[in-house]
Design a protein around this ligand. Structure first.
Ligand SMILES: [Zn+2]
Length: 659
């Protein structure tokens, strides 16, 4: 393991923010290495002397606030806690976690700062200015083995104080303070917390950081020297299960979770090799590498796809441990968060794409830890009572009653065609805003980058090609686990053409894009929509031209009318599957790719109007935007339209020919 320290970068941070600036800098260096910390794991601090309002000098502990990641932390992410009251807390015989949080929050010098880390008292009691804490893979690999403590002492001698496992929080802080005072010597550079992680500390930012790197490097070298480092190579294996099988698993997980869940797959040679190990059952059912992970991954993954069996064993685990807790506990949903399966490799479930991705990232890392520990002599995680304490500690339980109402489409997955621009793009925005994960299809390669966020997957796709459509559906299922909503939007509006001059190839091209593609897509998506936890929904973007066609647009009008009839038949056929299909008929939506300035001006002129009047040429005299259409499309997927199928709703400002 290499130090990432750079003198020039460090000087910049120091001149901008002094010791706190350097604290931000080396925290980010730790955060950059995924084998040190992942997703909110680890924490750091610095003690700074400051003058208060009365002109008195005070020591302030700047410690990582909850909700911040070391990789991206800023000065504002550190909570300024008065050091003296924080240290004094460690002298109490007992303190509940909620009390501890209350004491620390009321000892802060900035009311708007985040809640300080649960390991704040531990940071406070260590005498050094800079304190760094990680859950380094190499260290937890060594300590999660039989004889782990002896190995740690062999690796580090008296350069670290060794702390037996105890849950993070007040008791751990007190134990560390005692042990450190009793055991630290002149050579002490850090502290190893068995089955948890490692601390390093020093007077200077660089030294504390580089001690961390050095200590972790020693553990890595030890693993190498015991032939417990190199993993793989893993044989290449064929693609994962059929989309419908993944969607079925997602439905089961959602059912047990009591709400729709996203399921993200990481099917690759590495994850498949682990899931296919003969001893995957023993290795994977031990527990996480560090107890911090339990709230993200639950204590063990589901091995295979028997969700009911997992739920039974989760209930047994809860009933075994809950009676021993100090406070009464409410059972969390029993659905698995990580799935290991010989065909799927690794998959992770979450109410949001972010939650699922965090669980997947953590468990991918855990696979390496488990396999290296196995090479070293056997992976042995904490006993389940400790995992239970962590999963069900007071502060986690408190979050259950907080946390606002989720967005209407949270945990659900939508697919939108023609999503790179116009109405399609607006539909993506409206669905994302309601909490859905969205797969966007478009011929335009810009679709891959049009929304740069984890809950959107853009797939380049020619909707006239069946293979392309099948591939896009599979990509969506791999990313998010299934399909709940389908918005059929892609379409073309050719130049005006009199029927007498209609070439057959032009007619066929319009039919192929506006109609045939949707037949294929509906067919391919039907089994997935039938597995949607809340029932599938299809929204068809039709046209005012269905009820009121115009001269010169035969192909377009006929294609949309046929699509309309297709949707009505689908509504009849699929009602028994819980799928509802509704159609929107927009008109005169001018903020789309079809309408250039010139085209708009020429059409307005043809009707003897100026552009402004032409845009508002409807009963209400309003302009209809892509967003208006998209918002209604998204609402049609929501609870307002739960009892509606086969409906056609205009969104056109009122058209006298239609009315
Ligand atoms: Zn920790």
């Amino acid at each position: 393991m290499q130090s990432l320290w750079n003198d020039e970068e460090a000087a910049g941070w120091q001149s901008g923010g002094g010791d706190l600036g350097l604290r931000v800098y080396t925290s980010r260096l730790l955060g950059r290495d995924k084998t040190l910390v992942l997703h909110g794991g680890g924490n750091t601090s610095v003690k700074i002397r400051e003058r208060n309002l009365y002109g008195e000098e005070e020591d302030i502990l700047y410690v990582k606030g909850s909700g911040w990641d070391l990789e991206t932390i800023e000065a504002a992410g550190f909570s300024p806690v008065r050091l003296r009251p924080a240290v004094r807390l460690a002298s109490l015989a007992a303190l509940s976690d909620p009390q501890m949080v209350n004491e620390l929050v009321t000892a802060m010098t900035r009311a708007s700062a985040p809640v300080p880390s649960v390991e704040t008292i531990l940071h406070a009691t260590l005498p050094h200015r800079f304190v760094d804490h990680t859950h380094a893979d190499a260290v937890v690999t060594v300590t999660n083995t039989p004889g782990g403590e002896a190995r740690v002492r062999e690796i580090y001698g008296d350069s670290v104080v060794v702390i037996p496992y105890i849950m993070p929080g007040f008791d751990l802080a007190r134990l560390c303070a005692e042990r450190f005072a009793a055991e630290a010597g002149p050579d002490t550079q850090g502290m190893v917390l068995l089955n948890h992680g490692i601390f390093s500390f020093a007077e200077a930012a660089r030294e504390s950081y580089e001690r961390m790197i050095h200590l972790v490097d020693l553990a890595e070298e030890y693993l190498k020297s015991r032939n417990a480092w190199n993993l793989g190579p893993w044989p290449e294996v064929p693609a994962g299960p059929a989309p419908v099988e993944t969607a079925r698993l997602r439905k089961e997980i959602s059912r047990t979770a009591g709400a729709p869940m996203v399921l993200t797959s990481r099917t690759n040679a590495r994850t498949l090799a682990f899931a296919r190990r003969d001893d995957a059952g023993t290795l994977s059912q031990q527990g996480p590498a560090t107890p911090d992970h339990v709230t993200r991954t639950k204590s063990v993954p589901l091995l295979g796809r028997n969700v009911d069996a997992y739920v039974q064993s989760y209930r047994a685990y809860f009933e075994r441990h809950a009676p021993h807790a100090k406070q009464p506990k409410t059972m969390l949903d029993p659905a698995p968060r990580v799935i290991l399966d010989p065909d799927l490799g690794l998959a992770a479930a979450g109410r949001t794409v972010r939650d699922a991705a965090i669980a997947a990232d953590i468990y991918e890392q855990t696979l390496d830890i488990i396999e290296r520990a196995a090479l070293l002599g056997g992976y042995r995680a904490l006993p389940s009572n400790h995992l239970f304490d962590m999963e069900y500690w007071d502060l986690q339980q408190a979050k259950l009653t907080r946390g606002g109402k989720p967005l209407a489409l949270t945990g659900e997955v939508a697919m939108v065609t023609g999503a790179a621009s116009g109405i399609g793009r607006a539909c993506v925005e409206s669905l994302l805003a309601r909490g859905a994960a969205v797969v966007g299809l478009d011929l335009n390669p810009a679709i891959e980058t049009v929304f740069d966020r984890p809950d959107f997957r853009g797939v380049v796709c020619d909707v006239t090609r069946e293979d392309d459509l099948r591939r896009a559906v599979a990509a969506g299922v791999e990313a998010f686990g299934g399909l709940d909503m389908l918005v059929l939007n892609a379409g073309i509006f050719p130049e005006s053409r009199k029927l007498a001059d209609m070439p057959l190839d032009e007619w066929r091209r319009v039919m192929s894009i506006n109609l045939d593609s949707n037949v294929v897509l509906l067919r391919e998506c039907h089994p997935l929509l039938a597995l949607a936890p809340r029932g599938g929904r299809v929204v068809v973007i039709g046209s005012k031209n269905v009820p009121a066609p115009g001269p010169g647009v035969a192909a377009y009008s006929a294609s949309k009318a046929a699509l309309n009839q297709l949707a009505r038949v689908a509504a009849l056929e699929w009602g028994k599957d819980g799928i509802r299909i509704n159609t929107l008929h927009p008109n005169a939506v001018f903020d789309t790719g079809i309408w250039t300035e010139e085209r708009l001006a020429s059409r307005a002129k043809a009707y003897g109007m100026d552009v402004e009047s032409y845009k508002k040429n409807n009963v209400l005299g309003v302009e209809v935007s892509s967003r208006d259409v998209a918002e209604l499309a998204a609402e049609m997927c929501g609870p307002l339209f739960a009892k509606t199928t086969g409906a056609q709703v205009p969104v056109d400002g009122g058209n006298d020919r239609v009315i």
